[in-house]
Design a protein around this ligand. Sequence first.
Ligand SMILES: [Zn+2]
Length: 271
Amino acid sequence: MTANTASAIAAQFPEFDKALHHYFPGALPLPKYMSRTAKALSKYGFEEENTMGMIAICRDEQTDPLYEAVVRYWGKTFNCCSLAGFVTMGKTGLAAATAHTPIQNGLRRFVFYAMPHIAISRNGDIGLIYREGVETPSHACGALETIVEELAAGHLNLETDMQDIEQTIVRQKILSQLRYGDQVNLIDLTKLASTIIATDVRNLLSRLDTTVFHYAVIHGIQIHGPFESQWVYPVNFFIVGQQFGEEPYPLDTFTKGEPIAAQVSGKPDAE
Ligand SMILES: [Zn+2]
């Protein structure tokens, strides 16, 4: 699906378009979003030949277009996916991923796309998605919707369930960011998930030697629209590496002329 097709779909379904831009101002069709990230990164030496992809998004098959786009732009891509896009790969997963990155003149490069997802139906309903072969609509993200429902019901199982370990992690991480009694909707929870994912990625990658590793971190929210149109709400986009300075270097790709979501400014936790 091209950016033009996605825009035509938005024009055809005004309720969708309204909800999309109301809740996610500055959201772009996925093809446009991807090409902008790749174009921006090429200025800093990130090319398909010398860079590996990494991706942490939800396991839901609806997110496949984003996964496929990352592979298309960056080639071989390390799968860091888990429910809701939460980062559960840990140090072992990171060690494996980084060991696979190509080496060019002593530098190893990767780009890490990490984000939650949400659906908006043609009528502007938040979280509802019609799946092929299933008559009734279901939810995206189902993992986050479950927590919205548990909060509304006031019934939360806080135990670590080894038979449901990914959802346990999603629930525990979200609850540690909420105040007792908070009621949140799916939009709020998806934005909170985006912040949690960003902080976790930053903590995970903070142990890397930036004289060797140059990497980009790309956060947003993937949005599924009608007719399988795909959109991304940009949240944060920066590069890290000794050549780019001490601190993460933000790229202004999505801030020129278009509003951007709140920049995530989570500092790595002290160890
Ligand atoms: Zn999901």
